[in-house]
Design a protein around this ligand. Structure first.
Ligand SMILES: NC(=O)c1ccc[n+]([C@@H]2O[C@H](COP(=O)([O-])OP(=O)(O)OC[C@H]3O[C@@H](n4cnc5c(N)ncnc54)[C@H](O)[C@@H]3O)[C@@H](O)[C@H]2O)c1
Length: 451
């Protein structure tokens, strides 16, 4: 992993500002603020990691790449071997990734240990079922956060997240979410052009995450139900939310972002904070390829959702987004978002963006590494004291995906208001290794309480 120097840090901050804000006076004042921070540079940026798997380790590296002044001060994971592997994975950062064993915490309460260590922000990267508890504890303790997506798996978790989102502002904290497309320059420039009318009024979207299968961990009879499920978390809805939530949330987030622009948006303290959500949806889904419940739990392997959004300003007809997510080997892969307007369309995916229609445009770069940019933006907001709170935005996108899953599992059309208010809480009553029979596969029309 390449370490960026202070000059790169300043450049990257300024580029994002350019793409997001587009306004000469704002850019120059913001760039010089970054320069001031960088040149004085006396301040360590201390980071704690909760969930030291693939992404926790990756995000830790991104935090260290974002600034030469960043260092890891605490690790927490359910399993000690994950902390060891994270430290190994980050060893190229030398002293900046080494942590005293007294500040490494294991078990279900590891998050409390990490939060107790003084730090500038925590990275939350466990399976998402735990996120609402970890996030609300971090915010209650006054910690800024980098919160991986998705941020919940059920409406109860979403309500916890939304309550904590208000506390973020009240406590003057900063939060960046792991929906990295919101920090990628090609997306930011495309959205700015859409905002400026490049495709006319936004009327529809099609968003896809179609791919083959992912990793799985076979159950070990010497382990408890809970341990086996946590180690194989992608395949249990109480932990992952199912792949429509765990993975496809990225693409649904882009539909929400674009529809928010079309609706006039609710953008307040920064354009990337635009938030919108569908008002209702109907969905189909099921499992055909991954049918072994021992290996693949009870999640589906395909979903298709028809999301309905409110009419755009000055329009009367509702708008729609088609969402499709599939994890089946041997099928066509497609990961992208297409936004339709009255005079053109925008085609977006990681690393590329183009607009066709009356005002054609192709993103020619330079593009950034959005995973590092997330940390540059968070660190800069913390140091400069500028507002940055992506909690509500990512909670809305997560809830949109949960609503799609609820509609597919149950076979019923669902409104946003009903879905958000649903009492569903998928977490076990007490968190410990022990018996916890896995849920059965949902059957539309028969599954009244989606699980
Ligand atoms: N933004 C992205 O592009 C992106 C990419 C990959 C993963 N993710 C997200 O990051 C999160 C983690 O995914 P991953 O791929 O790193 O999974 P992973 O299985 O590699 O890592 C998860 C880690 O969390 C630990 N853990 C589980 N329960 C815990 C608990 N209660 N307390 C503390 N630690 C616990 C596990 O032991 C494991 O080390 C997920 O929400 C996933 O959706 C985001």
């Amino acid at each position: 992993m390449k370490q960026i120097n202070r000059r790169d840090f300043v450049k990257a901050s300024a580029m994002t500002t350019l793409a997001v804000a587009a306004g000469a006076s704002f850019i120059s004042s913001n760039s010089s603020a970054a320069l001031r921070v960088a040149s004085r540079g006396k301040r360590d940026i201390r980071v704690g990691i909760i969930g030291c798997g693939g992404r926790g380790t990756g995000a830790g590296g991104n935090a260290l790449e974002a600034s030469p002044d960043a260092r890891i001060v605490a690790y927490g994971d359910l399993f000690p071997e994950r902390i060891a592997s994270a430290q190994k994975g980050l060893a190229s950062f030398g002293e900046r990734s080494k942590v005293d064993p007294a500040q490494c915490f294991t078990g279900f309460d590891a998050y409390q240990g990490v939060i107790s260590v003084p730090c500038d922000y925590v990275i939350l990267a466990t399976p998402p079922g735990f996120r609402p508890t970890h996030f609300s504890a971090a915010i209650a303790a006054g910690r800024n956060a980098f919160v991986e997506k998705p941020v919940a798996v059920d409406p109860t978790g979403i309500r916890t997240m939304l309550a904590a989102a208000s506390e973020v502002d009240a406590k003057n904290l900063r939060v960046v979410a792991g929906t990295q497309r919101r920090h990628e320059w090609c997306y930011l420039e495309a959205m700015q052009r859409i905002r400026d009318g490049a495709i006319g009024r936004v009327v529809a979207a099609r968003v896809f995450w179609n791919m083959g299968s992912l990793w799985n961990v076979k159950p070990d009879p010497s382990r408890s139900d809970v341990e086996n499920q946590v180690r194989n978390w992608l395949y249990h809805t109480w932990l992952s939310g199912d792949h429509i939530v765990e993975q496809h949330v990225h693409n649904i987030d882009i539909a929400n972002w674009a529809m928010g622009i079309g609706a006039g948006g609710t953008e307040s303290s920064g354009r990337r904070l635009a938030a919108s959500h569908p008002n209702r949806c109907i969905a189909v889904g099921g499992r055909q390829a991954r049918v072994d419940t021992r290996e693949f739990g009870h999640v589906f392997d395909h979903f298709a959702v028809d999301f309905e959004y409110a009419a755009a300003e000055a329009d009367t007809t509702p708008r729609f987004a088609l969402s499709m997510a599939r994890q089946q080997d041997g099928t066509s892969g497609r990961v992208e978002e297409i936004i339709y307007g009255t005079t053109g369309l925008a085609r977006l995916s990681s690393g590329s963006a183009e607009i066709t229609g009356e005002r054609p445009w192709v993103f020619k770069g330079p593009n950034n590494n959005p995973y590092v940019q997330e940390h540059i933006d968070l660190q800069k907001a913390i140091i400069d004291g500028t507002p940055l709170n992506e909690t509500a935005q990512v909670a809305q996108s997560t809830m949109s995906a949960i609503m799609g899953r609820m509609a597919a599992y149950s076979g019923s059309e669902i409104t946003w208001d009903d879905a958000v208010a649903d009492p569903m809480n998928l977490m076990p009553p007490s968190l410990q290794f022990g018996p916890f029979p896995q849920a059965s596969v949902a059957i539309p029309g028969q599954t009244s309480q989606p699980h």
